[in-house]
Design a binder for this molecule. Structure first.
Ligand code: HEC
Length: 333
C-alpha cells in the first residue's frame, strides 16, 4: 500500500517537474522576443514595494510592537519574591496567634507613625484578644464626648466602639514629624500596593546595611530596592528582638515582618475567612445541584434519546411501481 502510494507520488512529482520545465521554456521564449522592455521598471517596482512592505512592518512594530513602560525598571522598584503565605491558600484561614503577634508589632512599632483608622477596637475581640483586653486597650486613650448641656466637649476614656486613634492630629503634623513625608494609613495597605503581602514583607525586611555602590540616595531618604524610586522616607524599623512576644515566639526581623503583614492583611480584608467558608459552601451546594441537574436532564430526555425513528414509505401505486410485474408484488400488498 505504502509502496504503491509513494510510487504514485513520485510519478506526480515527475509530471509537475516536466510541467515546470515547459513553462520555464515558454517564459524564456516569450521574454527573448520582447527583450528589454520595462525590465528595470519591473525591478524598481519590485524593490520599492519590498522596501515599502518592510518599512510598514517596521513602522508598525515601532508604534505598537514594543512593550511600553510607564516607569523605568529602577523607578518601579525591585519586584518582590513570591512567598508561600499560609493564609492566602484557598482552604486556609488567618492564624489567630499570628494576628495577635502582628497587632502587637503594629501597636509597639508602627503605630507611632502610621494610623489604622478603619479598625475599631470591637473588631479585635474574638480575632486576637478577649473583650476585657480590648476594653483595656481602648481605655488607654481619651476620646471627645458629645457636647454636654453647656455645649462643652469633654474627654472620656475609649470604648470598644471607638476607632484606633491616629498618632498625629492631622496630615500636616504627620508630615512635619517625618521630614515632609506622610506615613500612609495602613488599614487597606495590603490591597493598596502592587504585590500586597509580598511587597510589604520585602519592604520591611529589604533594607540593606549600606546602599550599593553607585546608588544615589537623597538626604533624609533611605535606600530600599523594593520601594519605587529606591529612596524611602521610612527608615528600617524592625530589628531582631525589638518586641517581646508573650507566646515565646522568637522576635526575629522576618518573624515580626511576617506577623505584621498577616495582621495588615486581616485589617484590609477581615471578611476573608467568612468569604472562603461561603465559597466552599457555594461550591459544595452548587456541585450537588449541578449533578442533580444533569440527572434531571437525562431523565427528561430519555424518551427522546432512546427513540428509534424508522422511515416506512407508503406503497407506490400505478404502472411505475418497480415491483409491479415481479414476484414481490403480492408480498407488498
Ligand atoms: C518613624 C516613623 C515610621 C514608623 C515607626 C513606621 N513607618 Fe512606615 N512609613 C513611614 C513614612 C514616613 C512613610 C512614607 C514613605 C515615603 O513615602 O517615602 C512610610 C511608608 C510605609 C509604607 C508604604 C510604602 C509605599 O509603598 O508607599 C508601608 C507599607 C509602611 N510604611 C509600613 C510600616 C510598617 C508595617 C511599620 C511597622 C512595622 C512601619 N511602617 C513603621 C514612617 C514610619
Amino acid at each position: 500500500m505504502l509502496a504503491r502510494s509513494s510510487l504514485r507520488a513520485t510519478r506526480a512529482l515527475g509530471a509537475a517537474k516536466s510541467g515546470a520545465t515547459k513553462t520555464a521554456q515558454r517564459n524564456a521564449s516569450s521574454q527573448s522576443s520582447s527583450e528589454s522592455t520595462g525590465s528595470w521598471k519591473d525591478t524598481a517596482l519590485l524593490g520599492s514595494s519590498t522596501a515599502f512592505a518592510i518599512g510598514s512592518v517596521g513602522w508598525y512594530y515601532y508604534q505598537f510592537g514594543r512593550p511600553a513602560y510607564a516607569m523605568t525598571v529602577q523607578e518601579e522598584g525591585l519586584h518582590p519574591a513570591k512567598y508561600p503565605w499560609e493564609h492566602e491558600k484557598l482552604y486556609k484561614t488567618f492564624d489567630h496567634g499570628t494576628l495577635r503577634r502582628g497587632f502587637q508589632v503594629y501597636r509597639e512599632v508602627c503605630s507611632s507613625c502610621h494610623s489604622l483608622s478603619r479598625i475599631p477596637y470591637r473588631t479585635l475581640v474574638g480575632n486576637m484578644m478577649t473583650v476585657d483586653e480590648a476594653k483595656g486597650l481602648a481605655e488607654e486613650h481619651e476620646y471627645d464626648t458629645e457636647p454636654n448641656d453647656e455645649g462643652e466637649i469633654e474627654k472620656r476614656p475609649g470604648k470598644l466602639s471607638d476607632y484606633i486613634p491616629n498618632p498625629y492630629k492631622n496630615d500636616e503634623a504627620a508630615r512635619a514629624a517625618n521630614n515632609g513625608a506622610l506615613p500612609p494609613d495602613l488599614s487597606l495597605m495590603v490591597k493598596a500596593r502592587h504585590g500586597g503581602c509580598n511587597y510589604i514583607f520585602s519592604l520591611l525586611t529589604g533594607y540593606p546595611e549600606e546602599p550599593p555602590a553607585g546608588a544615589v540616595v537623597a538626604s533624609g531618604l533611605n535606600f530600599n530596592p523594593y520601594f519605587p524610586g529606591t529612596g524611602i522616607a521610612m527608615a528600617r524599623v524592625l530589628y531582631d528582638g525589638l518586641v517581646d512576644y508573650e507566646d515565646g515566639t522568637k522576635a526575629t526581623t522576618s518573624q515580626m515582618a511576617k506577623d505584621v503583614v498577616e495582621f495588615l492583611n486581616w485589617s484590609a480584608e477581615p471578611e476573608m475567612d467568612d468569604r472562603k467558608r461561603m465559597g466552599w459552601k457555594v461550591m459544595a451546594i452548587g456541585g450537588v445541584l449541578f449533578a442533580i441537574s444533569i440527572w434531571v436532564k437525562r431523565y427528561k430526555w430519555v424518551n427522546v434519546k432512546t427513540r428509534r425513528l424508522l422511515y416506512d414509505p407508503p406503497p407506490m401505486k400505478g404502472p411505475n411501481r418497480p415491483d409491479n410485474v415481479t414476484v414481490g408484488s403480492s408480498f407488498r400488498k
